[in-house]
Design a protein around this ligand. Structure first.
Ligand SMILES: *Cc1c(COP(=O)(O)O)cnc(C)c1O
Length: 369
C-alpha cells in the first residue's frame, strides 16, 4: 500500500501486529542484551532506536541513524568527508553549525568556504572544487530558502556531496533526498519531537555505505541517544502532521498580520509572496514552515522589550514545540552578525491564533509606545 506521509508518521516503525503484542514500540532500557542474539551492547543498537529510525527513514525515503542531538548528527555528517576536505557552507545559518564549521576550519580539519544563502548564483559558482555543500532547507533564523535541486545538480557535476539540514521543514514539508541531496540531518529536538522536552538528532541517506559509516561513527564516538528520549521523539512524530498543519497555518496568518503592523519594519516568512525563495518553496514544499522573522522598528532595545513582555508567548530559545516561543536572536554572542539586531524569531505553536495575535499585538504596541 502506498501510504501518504501523514499516515506513515502514524504507522511506520510499529512492532509487527500479533495477538497480544504491543501496538507501540516499548522503551527498552537495557545497556546489554543476552549473548548470541542480534543485540549485544546498547552503544551498538537498541530496539527503541530502530523503531524511531524506521519511522523517520520511511518519511525521508532513506536509512536513518539517530544521534544524541542535532549537533551530534551534524558532527557525524561532517566526519564523513576526509581531512582538509573543502566544505561550502552558509555564512548565515544556525549559529551552532556556523560556529562548529569555524572551529573545524581553524583547526585545519576542514577547509570552509562560505556562501551567502540569499545568493543562489554565488553559491552555484562556488560549487566546483568542493567536496561537500552544506545547506539548510530554509535558514535559521533568516528563512532563506535553499534551491536543493539546483545545488544538487551542480554538486553532482562537480563530484561533491550535498548535505541538507532539514530541521525547520521536517520530512512532511520537504524530502531533500528526492530533490538531489545525499544526506539529510535533523535536530529532532524541534518539530519531530515537538514538545520541548528532549534533545535528539538524526542523519538520513540512501547510500548504504554512508549509512554504515554514520552508524559506526555513532558507535565509535559514543554520541548515542537515550532510549527514553528516542521513545518520546517517536511519540511526538506520531502527531507531526496535525501539529504542523496548525502551527504553519498560524504562522502564515500571523506573518500577514505582522506585515501590516505599525511597529514592524519587516516580516520574513516563505509563505509571503514577496519573500525571496517563495517560488522555490511553492515548487519543492508541501505546506510551509512555522517560524516567522520579525524586525521591529526601534532596534535591539525595543525588540528585547517585546520579547520579554508577552504573557502567552514564552520568552525562550529553541523552536518547534507545541507552545509558541520568541526571542531576539542577537542576544546570543554566537549569532552571526549578519542577523539584524532587531530580529525577533517567532516559533509559532498550536495555540489559538487569536490569542497569539492579541498577546503579540499588545507587546508590540506597548514596546513601541
Ligand atoms: C537546533 C538546531 C540544530 C541543533 O540541534 P540540537 O538538537 O540542539 O543539537 C541544528 N540545526 C538547526 C537548524 C537547529 O535549529
Amino acid at each position: 500500500m502506498d501510504l501518504s506521509p501523514a499516515t506513515l508518521a502514524v504507522t511506520a516503525g510499529r512492532p509487527p501486529a500479533a495477538p497480544g503484542a504491543p501496538v507501540n514500540a516499548p522503551v527498552t532500557l537495557s545497556s546489554t542484551f543476552h549473548a548470541e542474539g542480534e543485540l549485544s551492547y546498547a552503544r551498538a543498537g537498541n530496539p527503541t532506536w530502530t523503531a524511531f529510525e524506521e519511522a523517520l527513514g520511511a518519511l525521508e525515503g532513506g536509512r536513518a541513524v539517530a544521534f544524541a542531538s542535532g549537533i551530534a548528527a551534524i558532527v557525524a555528517a561532517l566526519e564523513t568527508v576526509g581531512p582538509s576536505a573543502v566544505v561550502l557552507a552558509p555564512s548565515l545559518a544556525y549559529s551552532g553549525t556556523v560556529g562548529l564549521l569555524r572551529q573545524l576550519d581553524a583547526s585545519g580539519r576542514l577547509r570552509v568556504r562560505w556562501y551567502d544563502p540569499s545568493d543562489l548564483t554565488g553559491l552555484l559558482r562556488g560549487v566546483p572544487g568542493t567536496d561537500l555543500v552544506w545547506l539548510e532547507s530554509v535558514t535559521n533564523p533568516l528563512l532563506d530558502v535553499a534551491d536543493v535541486p539546483a545545488v544538487g545538480a551542480a554538486a553532482r557535476a562537480a563530484g561533491a556531496l550535498v548535505a541538507v539540514d532539514a530541521t525547520l521543514v521536517t520530512p512532511l514539508v520537504q524530502r531533500p533526498l528526492d530533490l538531489g541531496a545525499d544526506l539529510v540531518v535533523h535536530s529532532a529536538t524541534k518539530y519531530i519531537a515537538g514538545h520541548s522536552d528532549l534533545l535528539l538528532g538524526a542523519t538520513v541517506t540512501r547510500d548504504e555505505e554512508l549509512a554504515q559509516r554514520l552508524s559506526a561513527a555513532r558507535h565509535d564516538r559514543g554520541a548515542i541517544p537515550g532510549p527514553f528520549e528516542t521513545w518520546l521523539a517517536l511519540r511526538g512524530l506520531r502527531t507531526l502532521a496535525v501539529r504542523l498543519d496548525r502551527s504553519s497555518a498560524n504562522a502564515v496568518e500571523l506573518a500577514h498580520r505582522l506585515a501590516g503592523h505599525p511597529a514592524v519594519e519587516r516580516v520574513r516568512h516563505p509563505g509571503l509572496a514577496g519573500h525571496l525563495g517563495h517560488d522555490v518553496a511553492l515548487r519543492d514544499w508541501h505546506g510551509t514552515v512555522s517560524l516567522v522573522g520579525v524586525e521591529v522598528a526601534g532596534g535591539a532595545v525595543v525588540a528585547e522589550r517585546v520579547a520579554s513582555s508577552t504573557r502567552l508567548w514564552v520568552h525562550a530559545t529553541s523552536l518547534g514545540g507545541v507552545e509558541s516561543t520568541l526571542e531576539r536572536r542577537r542576544r546570543w554572542a554566537a549569532e552571526p552578525t549578519g542577523v539584524p539586531e532587531a530580529l525577533i524569531r517567532l516559533s509559532v505553536g498550536i495555540e489559538d491564533v487569536e490569542d497569539l495575535w492579541a498577546d503579540l499585538d499588545t507587546a508590540l504596541r506597548r514596546a513601541a509606545g
